[in-house]
Structure formats: structure tokens, C-alpha cells
Write a protein that binds this ligand. Structure first.
Ligand code: ADP
Ligand code: MG
Length: 633
């Protein structure tokens, strides 16, 4: 094992920029670290080289712990993005520089320098100065210089970033040959996916200081585990369906669950990825279905010529109910858009917009089941922050991730935004030990609007918000304006609380009569299974009871119990008569629940309004966490 990073962590001014990165790179491997700008790539490289010291974790090179070792004793060679060769020295002197410092004899220096100049393709240019060289040649010199004293590890920080496309290609090929020839363990940092794929034995994808996934280019492209990698790399169509009796329900389509899909619980979300080149189109009638799996009929909305291939976008009917993640849905868009790649000759002259096709898939891939993705709204009030505590608990116990969000007013001064960012970062720092994947974000604008936008854009599964209600008129209902509006308008479950709980052991699921496996039971059940909680399912009948109505309710509860049992969740069922809100609140108090889940009746407009009142009353009637699951289906 040549390079080993163990929980490597780096902070700048309280901001975590490298967050517990663990990685093993084998001897002789060419590893690329791929990530967007500011993701922490350069920082990781500098930590390995010893140009920065880690705040946590360890670094081992060839089994030797070098975490505290000075840079010159680590045996690493470094090439930077900007040409960093010495301008006042000739090429030869640049290459020999490290050898001279190490007091290598002149004859040996000369021989090594000539070998290296041959190797990097600069034979005979030893007498030139930097300004007599092209950018590509300067980077070749930088490479030769980094290799001169035979480093055990070669570190390259976007070495071709400043060069034009053609030169970049040539240099990549030379680098790969040289690396193969010398078998020197190498990490190359880049934001360019093509570059990462072309060069690497394995690629690590980094995002906001987290190492998301590591794998061969083929693995990351065809079989990514995370949503981030699936959408960051290549064009990807990602839709979220549901597990249904061992298959995947995507709107009106049922797809087989691939064997390697990982265990998905009954009714749990299933994230399906298909690359644009796996999408097949057929123009014929129903007999001529394309590919192994038919998605439905689609209409062409755009076509972009891209050389040998054309990139087309299609609106597909029949996938309603599946949640699109990528391409990201336009606001208010109803049909599901997918992207396909077609050979250009098949689409010349350009296909007409609005033209209809049957759309099929050659193959698809299922991402790893995910824990809950939790968005926690943090107001500017000082600690304690029960929302942060409970949100982190929820993410941790379900194996998910947490993002802290603060919204600052659009007209706030720059200093205010910066101050908020710092405060939020230190909050994140304080909680990072309790939540495995914890991020923070600051947005500016109207509180509710920005929270809802973040919830939608980030595809969170739960929004956690404090009750608020500090202003006088809000104390009437005990619920702040923001909390109320988020509750009313969010399309995802919203968790409102005044006080946190130390654990999630007991969950009360309040359900209206209807089909079992409705969103409330399903979501509550999935949550209980993930947290290992036991549940009580409560159905309250506010009206006077008829025997038939009672039997229906009993049957509903039985089915709910059976459904939870199939998830392996222990449940007790309760049927109560009495006023809805008061009965629920009384049970909540009696049972000492850690979480109360409330569902919803059928989504008819009038009832919807009444339901909102109901939700608000429950939420403001208790300090316990209440999860409000919006109606679906
Ligand atoms: P990348 O190389 O992926 O673009 P970097 O590792 O350079 O990212 O930076 C990661 C984050 O750390 C950025 O948000 C950057 O602003 C911050 N950062 C990097 N170096 C410093 C520094 N010396 N002081 C403060 N912040 C820094
Ligand atoms: Mg960088």
C-alpha cells in the first residue's frame, strides 16, 4: 500500500474543507481525484505533500506515518497548475535543481537530467529558459523536475489546466506513458471528467470535502452508488421509483429489480439510473417496442447536434409518480423529461419537435439504497438548536446526510452574510461528530421561498424546522410564519419541533382510513425500521360510529400492522373515538413518543385545507417532534 489516508481532516478558519477522507492507493497506481472547484482537491494534495498540516487523521506513505513529517522528508514530487519552474534558470538547471540540493555528483546529475529530458520529450532543449518554451513544454520541465530525485509519490495538481485542448491531450498521453514506465505512485487532481477517466486506474470523486466514491472509470460510469456521482459523471437520467413486490415501480412501468441492486425495503424509494445511450427510440406502432424495457410514449422537445451523436430531450408519458432527479425538472413541469443520445445519421435532417416515439431502455442501474436526506433550517437565534440535534439524530440513525440551511435577507450587508456563514460553519463543526455527513448552506432572500427552493433543488426527503413563533401574533398559534408556510407548501415531509429527543425509540403514526401502505404508514414505517423504533398506529374516528365504519377502520389498521410487520417493525394498533386533535395529542402525551407522524386524507382541495388546519393544530399542540407527511397518490 503506497498512500494511505485515514480520516484526514482540514479546516480553514473553522470551515471544514477536507472532511474525514479515508483512501488507500496502491503502489504504482495512477489515481485521479475528480471534483468541482473548491471541493478540496488541492488541499488534500498539499496535505499529502506536507505543504499543509492536517487538523485530524493520518497520512501514511509506504507504511510510514508522515502526518507530522516535514515536506522535504516525505519523498513526494509536486507539479502545480501554474507553471512553477524557475524563470532565471535553464531547463537543465531546473531539472537538476532537486539533485543539486541533495548533493548528487555532477556526472550523475547530468546523466539523470538527460534521461528525464528524453523521457518527457524535451531532448536537446536543456539550454533554453522558461520564456523560450511553450506552456506545454514548461509543464514537461516541471514534470521532469518533480521526477528527478525519484519521488515515491508523484502529486499533480491540475497540471494541464492552463493549456489548450490539443496540447492537453498530448501531455496526458505522455504522462500516462511516463507513469507506466517509472511505475511511480501518482495522484492527479482535476475537475475535468474526461481527463480523470482517460488517465486513471481508479478515480475518487470529491464533493465539498467528502470523498463520495472511489472506483474504476467503468464502475463510476456504469455502476455508481450515489446520486451525486451518477449525476456528476456523464449525462444521466435518474428517476426515483418505489419497490413493489420485488420489482421497481416507475409510474405505470414495472421494471425487474436487478440482482445486485442492494436490499430495498418494501415500498422504499428506488433510484434508477440510465445513461442517455441506453435509451432507445422506435417510431413504429406498439408492435415495435425498442429495447428490453419499454418506458412509454414520448415526444421530442429538443435536439442538439454533437458530432457523431445527437443529444435529444423527450417528454415521456406514463412515468408520472416517479420523481425525476436528473435531468432536473423545470418548475411546474408535469411530464417526465429524459435525455437520449442518437447516432447523428439517424437524426439527419433534424427530427421535428413534437414527433412521437416509443421509448425503451437497453439496460439500467439501481443506486445504493440511501439513508434519509435531511434539510435542517437553522434560524439566527443562538444555540440551543433542537432542530439541528434532532435532524442530525434522524440522519445518523438512518444512515443518511444532513444539510444545515440559514437564509439571510436579500438586502443584508455582505458582512451579515459572511457572519452567518461563519456561525453556521462553527455549528456544523460542533455537530460534525454526531452526524456522519453534515453540510451547511447559506441562501439569501425570503425565508420560506428559499427554504422551499433548497428543499426542491436539493431533493431532500425531510425538512426539519423549529416551531418558531417568537413574535406576539404568532404566539397565538405557537407556530412561526416560516414554519407554518413551509408546512403548508413543501411537497416533502416536514418535521416541526420545539424540543429534541435523545433517541428515536417510539414512534406514533396517526393514520386516516384508506389503503395500507399509504404515504404516512410507508414513510413512518421506513423511518421506524431504519431507526429501530417500535410504533403505535393510531386511527381516530371523530364522528359517531356505524358498525360498518368501525369494521373498515379495523381492517385498515390490521393491514397497516401487517405492512409494518413485513418491514420487521414492531407495532401496536389503536382505534380511538373522540375529537381528532385532542385525542391524538392525549395519546402523544400518554405514550411518551419520540416522534409523531401524521398523514393525510385524500388530496381533494377542500379536505386539503382542512388537513392543513389539522396539521397546524397538532404541531402547535405539542413540543415533541411532529413529522407531517404530505399526501401523495
Ligand atoms: P479545489 O482544489 O478542489 O478547487 P481547494 O482545496 O483549493 O479546492 O479549496 C477548498 C476550500 O478551501 C475552498 O473553499 C477554499 O476557499 C478553501 N481554502 C483553500 N485554501 C485555503 C486557505 N489557505 N485559507 C482559507 N481557505 C482556503
Ligand atoms: Mg485546486
Amino acid at each position: 500500500m503506497s498512500i494511505r489516508l485515514i480520516e484526514l481532516t482540514k479546516r480553514f478558519d473553522g470551515h471544514v474543507v477536507v472532511d474525514r477522507v479515508s483512501l488507500e492507493i496502491e503502489e504504482g497506481e495512477l489515481f485521479t481525484l475528480l471534483g468541482g472547484s473548491g471541493s478540496g482537491k488541492s488541499t488534500i494534495l498539499r496535505l499529502i505533500a506536507g505543504l499543509l498540516l492536517a487538523d485530524g487523521g493520518r497520512i501514511e506513505l509506504n507504511g510510514r506515518d508522515v502526518t507530522e513529517t516535514p515536506p522535504q522528508e516525505r519523498g513526494t514530487g509536486f507539479v502545480f497548475q501554474n507553471y512553477s519552474i524557475f524563470r532565471h534558470m535553464t531547463v537543465a538547471d531546473n531539472v537538476e535543481f532537486g539533485l543539486r540540493i541533495r548533493r548528487v555528483a555532477a556526472a550523475e546529475r547530468r546523466q539523470r537530467r538527460e534521461e528525464l529530458l528524453d523521457l518527457v520529450g524535451l531532448t536537446g532543449l536543456g539550454d533554453r529558459y522558461a520564456d523560450q518554451l511553450s506552456g506545454g513544454q514548461q509543464q514537461r520541465v516541471a514534470l521532469a523536475r518533480a521526477l528527478a530525485y525519484r519521488p515515491e509519490v508523484l502529486l499533480l495538481d491540475e497540471p494541464f489546466g492552463a493549456l489548450d485542448v490539443k496540447i492537453r491531450g498530448q501531455l496526458r498521453r505522455s504522462l500516462k506513458e511516463i507513469q507506466r514506465h517509472l511505475k511511480v505512485t501518482t495522484i492527479l487532481v482535476t475537475h475535468d471528467q474526461e481527463e480523470a477517466f482517460e488517465l486513471a486506474d481508479r478515480v475518487g470523486v470529491i464533493e465539498r470535502g467528502h470523498l463520495m466514491e472511489v472506483g474504476t472509470p467503468e464502475d463510476l460510469y456504469h455502476r455508481p452508488q450515489t446520486e451525486f456521482v451518477a449525476t456528476f459523471i456523464g449525462g444521466g437520467n435518474v428517476l426515483v421509483g418505489r419497490e413493489e413486490e420485488g420489482r421497481i415501480r416507475l409510474g405505470s412501468v414495472l421494471l425487474p429489480m436487478p440482482e445486485k441492486a442492494g436490499e430495498h425495503e418494501a415500498g422504499a424509494p428506488v433510484r434508477v439510473l440510465f445513461r442517455p445511450e441506453k435509451v432507445l427510440l422506435a417510431e413504429g406502432r406498439s408492435s415495435e417496442r425498442p429495447g428490453a424495457y419499454t418506458l412509454g410514449r414520448g415526444r421530442l422537445v429538443s435536439q442538439i447536434f454533437a458530432g457523431a451523436l445527437s443529444r435529444v430531450a423527450l417528454d415521456v408519458q406514463g412515468l408520472e409518480g416517479a420523481r425525476p432527479i436528473s435531468p432536473s425538472p423545470g418548475y411546474g413541469q408535469r411530464t417526465t423529461r429524459i435525455e437520449a443520445l442518437l447516432p447523428s445519421e439517424a437524426s439527419t435532417p433534424p427530427l421535428k419537435s413534437g414527433r412521437e416515439f416509443w421509448i425503451g431502455l437497453d439496460s439500467y442501474h439501481v443506486l445504493s439504497p440511501s439513508g434519509l436526506k435531511v434539510l435542517v433550517c437553522v434560524d439566527e437565534a443562538p444555540a440551543p438548536q433542537p432542530a439541528v440535534e434532532f435532524g442530525a439524530l434522524l440522519a445518523r440513525t438512518t444512515g443518511g446526510s444532513t444539510t444545515l440551511l440559514t437564509v439571510v435577507p436579500a438586502d443584508a450587508a455582505d458582512g451579515v452574510a459572511a457572519g452567518t456563514r461563519d456561525a453556521l460553519e462553527s455549528l456544523r463543526g460542533a455537530w460534525s461528530g454526531q452526524a456522519p455527513r453534515l453540510d451547511s448552506r447559506v441562501r439569501s432572500g425570503d425565508n420560506t421561498t428559499e427554504i422551499l427552493l433548497e428543499a426542491q433543488e436539493g431533493l431532500y426527503e425531510v425538512v426539519v424546522i423549529g416551531q418558531g413563533g417568537r413574535r406576539e401574533e404568532e404566539q397565538m398559534t405557537g407556530l412561526g410564519t416560516t414554519a407554518r408556510r413551509v408546512l403548508m407548501e413543501a411537497g416533502v415531509p416536514v418535521l416541526v419541533l420545539e424540543e429534541s429527543r435523545p433517541q428515536i425509540d417510539r414512534v406514533l403514526i396517526c393514520t386516516a382510513a384508506g389503503e395500507p401502505g399509504k404515504t404516512d404508514i410507508r414513510f413512518g414505517g421506513r423511518l421506524a425500521r431504519r431507526t429501530g423504533a417500535e410504533t403505535t398506529v393510531l386511527h381516530v374516528r371523530p364522528g359517531e360510529s356505524t358498525p360498518a365504519g368501525r369494521r373498515r377502520a379495523e381492517r385498515h389498521l390490521e393491514q397497516a400492522g401487517a405492512f409494518l410487520g413485513s418491514l420487521g417493525v414492531r407495532s401496536e394498533i389503536k382505534l380511538a373515538d373522540g375529537p381528532l386533535v385532542e385525542t391524538i395529542l392525549a395519546e402523544a402525551k400518554r405514550g411518551d413518543y419520540d416522534l409523531i407522524v401524521i398523514g393525510a386524507p385524500a388530496p381533494r382541495a377542500v379536505q386539503r385545507l382542512r388537513w392543513r388546519d389539522f396539521a397546524t393544530s397538532i404541531v402547535s399542540g405539542t413540543e415533541r417532534p411532529v413529522l407531517v407527511v404530505p399526501m401523495r397518490e
